[in-house]
Design a protein around this ligand. Structure first.
Ligand SMILES: CC(C)(COP(=O)(O)OP(=O)(O)OC[C@H]1O[C@@H](n2cnc3c(N)ncnc32)[C@H](O)[C@@H]1OP(=O)(O)O)[C@@H](O)C(=O)NCCC(=O)NCCS
Length: 203
């Protein structure tokens, strides 16, 4: 399965970047103890699935994954200026920075990055599953791995922001909404989201 095929409209620099990522990307560094093929029955179509930590050569693929997911999943529910806000919030620099200040995990499936999420300062953010693979258990498995990361680093209460399309997903994982938020993104458009928390049981 190829998620990131080049298209005529893709900027050349991006295509080059992705080609380089494919060349450099595939080394073994599987996230300890997690193999999604075994972990989630619904993903058993592939034997070659793992959650692992982000590595520098992943950056281009990760940027593309996040950008495509925002462009498809958020464009269905948010106004254009809110979609652009999300794209700016998840710029290449910010994705790279958060992988250094926190922990960024990726789901790699048959050699491609198909999902990601980060933990920074007790907060989970940038959880994205490629639209073609949503509702297949990847998001849930990723959240478990991020929660394990948090627990291992002594976090007792996790926080996160809930986007419009992810409300039921996070509620199903036990996150409780504590605040309704709405950001003015200009030209009369708004970006609505919620703040939520979850107490982590001690391991
Ligand atoms: C939200 C997102 C991360 C969920 O990942 P996913 O792989 O699609 O979710 P999963 O298949 O692991 O679903 C886990 C549970 O949530 C439920 N769920 C997931 N998305 C749902 C939705 N849109 N509506 C209702 N329930 C949903 C599933 O039914 C499942 O419940 P179950 O375990 O009882 O069957 C993914 O859909 C996504 O990337 N969305 C766009 C970006 C986004 O909103 N990210 C969140 C940033 S705040």
């Amino acid at each position: 399965m190829v998620l990131f095929s080049g298209s005529a409209s893709a900027p050349k620099a991006t295509s080059d970047c992705i080609r380089d990522c494919f060349r450099d990307c595939f080394r073994d560094n599987v996230y300890p103890g997690l193999n999604l093929g075994a972990h989630e029955g619904r993903m058993s179509h592939s034997d070659n699935v793992s959650i692992r930590r982000f590595r520098e050569p992943d950056l281009c693929q990760l940027v593309r994954l996040i950008s495509e997911t925002i462009g498809i999943s958020y464009a269905e529910v948010y106004p254009p200026r809110a979609v652009q806000f999300f794209k700016d919030f998840h710029s290449e620099k910010k994705i790279a920075d958060r992988s250094k200040t926190g922990a960024t995990l990726v789901v790699e499936e048959d050699g491609e990055l198909v999902a990601t999420g980060s933990l920074v300062d007790g907060e989970i953010l940038a959880v994205f599953v490629h639209p073609r693979l949503q509702k297949g258990g990847r998001g849930k498995a990723l959240m478990k791995a991020l929660e394990n990361e948090a627990r291992a680093s002594g976090v007792a209460e996790l926080g996160l922001s809930i986007s419009l399309p992810s409300k039921r997903f996070y509620e199903s994982l036990g996150y409780k909404i504590v605040e309704e938020k709405s950001r003015d993104v200009g030209e009369g458009q708004r970006l609505d989201f919620w703040k939520a928390v979850k107490q982590l049981p001690k391991s």
